[in-house]
Design a protein around this ligand. Structure first.
Ligand SMILES: Nc1nc2c(c(=O)[nH]1)N[C@H]1C(S)=C(S)[C@@H](COP(=O)(O)O)O[C@H]1N2
Ligand SMILES: [Mo]
Length: 421
């Protein structure tokens, strides 16, 4: 029996249990006589630019009051697309001008340096060029380190939002950098790009030419409309799978050069110091990560019985090939179902049917990407880094690329908690 067939049989079997659940649902709905007037309905009004129902309340969590740096409510996300209005925001040079308010008519993108023809594009000119629309995640390199209590600026680390919310996945529309560079004509010896944002403090990052030619997008669209100001309007870089930090927003300049510039963002906060005193420089790829978003920290299970466990998995290594779920704290794992579409360097949704028996337990997931890279346990991650658990907990250590398997504890009362440490 192959994996697909096994899956099918399992779901057929669980279908029987679900039929029982559906019966229960009908019984409880019976409180209301069919055909009678339903309470809670009243006329609304048309809006030329749509808004969600007033009953929907999920919002971004600000890092600090007044800051536009914020975390997305991943526990409320349905499917793989993070809506623009809820997409996380990280702006490292908040200087009172954040988010920038840029007039697209006046915005220019300059491409210069080691090129045959330096080019300046208006937004209209960019939009005339052949475009792509691709679904990719962006994850801040510091995401999930907030699973360690005290590592969050807000001092809490309980919900999927507080812990994993500086990641999101959207459909990005724009022009491939490779196309722009071919137009400009890259000169021999060039090997890096320097990309610069338009804010007062000029966010700058170095990007290897090879990556730029592979799949980097100069994006002006997100989820079917223009980027939001917080996320880089009118144009940003999308560097699929790599550190969020390198996805330069409010992009105004790409300089083609022959070496990395060791910019402030690259040299001051990005290298990660290990216990042995060695630092890791220029690590860009976000490793395989999966997170159960429902049930997750801060939520409550009202009663024992059936729940669909669902979550998100992603990796810079390409497509997610497998997600396994454990409902017994990692003693045993079973394959979760991957929901279509399963795309490269994008969130993939997984689901797993679960009957909660009312006992205390721990839920967790681990994923494997198309390269065969498996999400590590905390202990395995420690080995890769050459560090002990105390290292992660020392609040002075700035931790990036933190992707261990994340456990949620379910108590007998049905409350769900961060159980990593
Ligand atoms: N110009 C500019 N680009 C930037 C930043 C910034 O502060 N300025 N922040 C970076 C960081 S740290 C991250 S994680 C991502 C976040 O993208 P988002 O704010 O659209 O979610 O943008 C990156 N690009
Ligand atoms: Mo970031």
């Amino acid at each position: 029996m192959n994996a697909k067939e096994r899956d099918r049989r399992r779901f057929l079997k669980e279908g029987v249990a679900l039929a029982g659940l559906a019966m229960g649902a009908i019984r409880s709905a019976n409180g209301q006589a069919p055909g009678s007037e339903q309470p809670g309905i009243r006329p609304g009004k048309f809006r030329a630019y749509g808004e969600r129902s007033r009953f929907e309340t999920a919002v971004r969590m600000q890092k600090s009051p007044g800051s536009s740096s914020s975390f997305a409510p991943l526990q409320d996300q349905m499917g793989i697309i993070t809506p623009s209005a809820l997409f996380f925001v990280q702006s490292v040079y908040s200087s009172g001008d954040d988010p920038l308010d840029i007039d697209p008519q006046q915005h220019r993108l300059l491409i210069h340096g080691m090129v045959d023809r330096p080019l300046t594009f208006t937004m209209d000119e960019l939009k005339r060029l052949p475009s792509v629309s691709r679904i990719h995640f962006i994850e801040c390199e510091g995401n999930s380190r907030f699973s360690i209590r005290g590592k969050n600026d807000a001092g809490v680390a309980e919900t999927a939002q507080e812990i994993h919310g500086i990641s999101g996945c959207s459909a990005w529309t724009g022009v491939l950098v490779s196309l722009l560079l071919r137009e400009a004509g890259v000169q021999k010896g060039a090997s890096w790009l320097i990309a610069e944002g338009a804010e007062t403090n000029k966010m700058v990052r170095s990007i290897p030419l090879e990556k730029a030619m592979d799949d980097v997008i100069v994006a002006y669209g997100q989820n079917g409309e223009a980027l939001r100001p917080e996320n880089g309007y009118p144009v940003r870089l999308v560097v699929p799978g790599w550190d969020g930090n390198i996805n330069i927003k409010w992009l105004r300049r790409i300089k083609v050069v022959d070496q990395p510039y060791m910019t402030h963002q690259e040299s001051a906060t990005r290298p990660s110091l290990r216990l042995d005193g060695k630092a890791r420089w220029f690590q860009w790829e976000m490793g395989p990560k999966s997170v159960i978003t429902r049930p997750s920290g801060g939520q409550r299970l009202p009663s024992r019985g059936f729940y669909e466990i669902t979550g998100l998995a992603w990796s810079a290594g390409g497509a997610i090939r497998r997600v396994e779920v454990s409902t017994d704290g990692g003693r045993t794992y079973k394959d979760a179902q991957l929901q279509e579409p399963v795309l490269r360097k994008a969130f993939t949704q997984f689901t797993f049917p679960w009957n909660w028996n009312g006992e205390e337990t721990v839920l967790q997931s681990r994923c494997t990407d198309e390269r065969g890279d498996v999400q590590p346990t905390l202990a395995e991650l420690g080995k890769i880094w050459g560090v002990t658990p105390e290292y992660w907990q020392a609040t002075t250590n700035h931790i990036n690329h933190f992707n261990p398997i994340f456990p949620w504890k379910v108590t007998r009362e049905g409350s769900v908690h961060n159980a990593l440490f």
